[in-house]
Design a protein around this ligand. Structure first.
Ligand SMILES: C[S@@+](CC[C@H](N)C(=O)[O-])C[C@H]1O[C@@H](n2cnc3c(N)ncnc32)[C@H](O)[C@@H]1O
Length: 244
């Protein structure tokens, strides 16, 4: 399997942390130069990011994907039918300025937020203030956590489409790996891109069947999709199967 090969090729060394000049836990990024580029790119965007995600006419919040994702997470965590331990760790991966992490921290007492960009994290720390979110810098493709730690893994902002299909798979593999059995993942994805949407042209797109297959492939089962099928950005909730 392609992904098996990829994992075997993972580069175990401190190159990335060293180059970034910061402390990263176990720097085993599968692609250190890519991670360094991503850090530079997202550091440049950090200052304006918060303003952009809250602006409905900005491409980074098209179809109000930001508000709809938060609503989905809030709905999920406040569901009376959910059997959930509210003190077990949860994580926001690719947390940016921490909006999702902040939302999680209203319900959960043990929230982590990880991003490749130290500038995003700086702003996130300021914004979440006393809410006790634990921020750390790291690569989503190689999460610096042991397996089966989290009960909930969230990622918003279509991180799932950032890397190209093969590395997107590695991302889902990582989500599933760090999830405990019967834990949940909530991520958003894109089903279509308009040629005029220049800023997101490099994203991978997925239809619901493809997302279903990816979930199954990595030991997850579908709980539900949010939004309408005609909407081009939506979230999916997956559940890690027991015994995987
Ligand atoms: C589209 S933004 C979304 C930010 C935030 N989740 C939100 O909803 O506003 C994507 C985020 O992913 C982060 N990112 C990009 N590549 C990453 C990687 N390899 N590992 C961790 N974070 C990454 C970026 O720094 C950026 O903060």
């Amino acid at each position: 399997m392609k992904l098996g090969k990829l994992k075997v090729e993972v580069v175990y060394k401190s190159t990335l942390a060293h180059a970034l000049g910061i402390k990263m836990t176990k720097s085993n990024s599968p692609n250190p130069s890519r991670a360094i580029e991503a850090r530079k790119k997202w550091n440049r965007k950090a200052l304006n990011w918060e303003k952009r995600i809250r602006n409905r006419s900005d491409i980074v919040n098209f179809e109000s994907g930001f508000e709809r994702y938060l609503k989905c997470v809030e709905g999920f965590l406040s569901s009376e039918t959910l059997s959930y331990d509210y003190s077990t760790p949860a994580i926001d991966v690719g947390c940016g300025t921490g909006a999702v992490a902040l939302c999680l921290s209203k319900y959960l007492s043990n929230v982590y937020a990880l991003d490749i960009s130290d500038e995003m994290i700086k702003i996130g720390r300021r914004q979440t203030g006393e809410h006790g979110v634990r921020f750390l810098m790291g690569d989503a493709l190689s999460l610096p956590f042991p397996s089966s730690l989290f009960q909930l893994v969230c990622t918003r902002g279509i991180l799932i489409s950032h890397f190209g299909t093969e590395l997107d798979e590695l991302l889902i593999y990582e989500f599933s790996r760090v999830l405990m059995p019967a834990g949940f993942v909530i991520f958003d994805f894109l089903t279509n891109i308009d040629p005029s949407e220049k800023e997101i042209q490099d994203k991978s797109i997925y239809n619901r069947n493809q997302i279903n297959s990816l979930l199954v492939q990595y030991g997850l089962s579908l709980v539900e999709y949010t939004g309408e099928t005609w909407q081009r950005v939506n979230a999916v909730i997956g559940l890690k199967k027991r015994g995987v």
